[in-house]
Ligand binder design. Structure first.
Ligand code: HEC
Ligand code: HEC
Length: 250
């Protein structure tokens, strides 16, 4: 019953939103090119939409909120697109809504498309956040945060765990066909633009959550299932170990 009510609320919300989106569409230009409003200045976007969680310089103090500072711009841009229901599309018939914040319920667009990247945390904060962002806004935000200086997280790894963690990261475990994280992300976790993100200095809680999301299939935006393959044989303990190790990488 609760589910049904939620679904009903979501669907009525959807109908309302689609109408509003359609009504807001400008009439087609018949003469000269219409004046196009430029992208919203990035500093204003950051202050009004992002800083509350990620901080103005992209060094979030909250463990579950990732540090964006110094991350590769292409990767950040891709993530912002992937949080949208129909990859990167502006609000409109193909991307009419984002998942309902009323509960952890994802509601598919009419074509049945769910965002490739969903974040169950904080009522799907990021899926909602990207909703009104244009392509230019997403690019500008990605560049802005990539240009900030990373304040790296601290590692809570005990000295006795350092070597096993390092081995797992740089060598994997061939006996279990576990690929080395470092073979893609680099031995120091610096990543490889444009596809492979930097990991070094990221908050451990966030990294661990992403490893779990890839393993469970909640996050499906990794090209060629690279991360789903890399995580599907990892134990909870190994994920915890790797996340702590990564936080301490520089
Ligand atoms: C209400 C809090 C909140 C706000 C506001 C917010 N974010 Fe986020 N953001 C998060 C959380 C939480 C995550 C982690 C999501 C997950 O666990 O998958 C995240 C993840 C991200 C990621 C993915 C990073 C990675 O390493 O993959 C990007 C990029 C991002 N946010 C950009 C932004 C931008 C740009 C804005 C402003 C337009 C913004 N966020 C506003 C909470 C927020
Ligand atoms: C075959 C290459 C490959 C291997 C091996 C690999 N990764 Fe990845 N990883 C990627 C790519 C590509 C992405 C970006 C996915 C996307 O576009 O969202 C990624 C994303 C991630 C993320 C998400 C970062 C963020 O900011 O949200 C984490 C965490 C991560 N990898 C950790 C690891 C760990 C730990 C290992 C080893 C167990 C590993 N990866 C092995 C290619 C790889």
């Amino acid at each position: 019953m609760k589910q049904a009510l939620l679904l009903f609320a979501a669907l009525t919300g959807l109908a309302g939103f689609s109408v509003a989106a359609r009504a807001a569409e400008p009439a087609p230009a018949v003469t000269a090119a219409p004046a196009v409003a430029g992208p919203i200045p990035v500093a204003r976007l950051v202050a009004e939409k992002c800083a509350g969680c990620h901080s103005t310089d992209g060094n979030s103090p909250t463990p579950n909120v990732p540090r964006l500072a110094g991350q590769h711009a292409d990767y950040l841009y891709k993530q912002l697109r992937n949080f949208k229901a129909a990859d990167g599309e502006p609000p409109g018939p193909k991307n009419p809504m984002y998942p309902t914040p009323s509960d952890l319920v994802y509601v598919a667009a009419p074509e049945g498309k769910l965002p490739e990247r969903k974040n169950p945390l904080w009522f799907l904060a990021m899926n909602g956040m990207v909703h009104g962002l244009s392509d230019a806004d997403m690019k500008n935000l990605a560049i802005f945060f990539s240009e900030q200086t990373l304040v790296p997280a601290k590692s809570a790894l005990g000295p006795d765990k350092l070597e096993p963690a390092r081995l797992l990261f740089v060598a994997g475990d061939p006996a279990r066909r576990l690929p080395a994280c470092g073979s893609c992300h680099g031995p120091t976790g610096a990543g490889l633009p444009a596809q492979v993100p930097r990991l070094a200095g990221q908050s451990a809680a966030y990294t661990e959550a992403q490893l779990r999301n890839f393993r469970s299939g909640d996050r499906t935006n990794d090209p060629n299932m690279m991360m789903r393959d890399a995580t599907n044989r990892l134990t909870d303990e190994e994920m915890h170990l790797l996340a702590d190790y990564i936080a301490g990488l520089r």
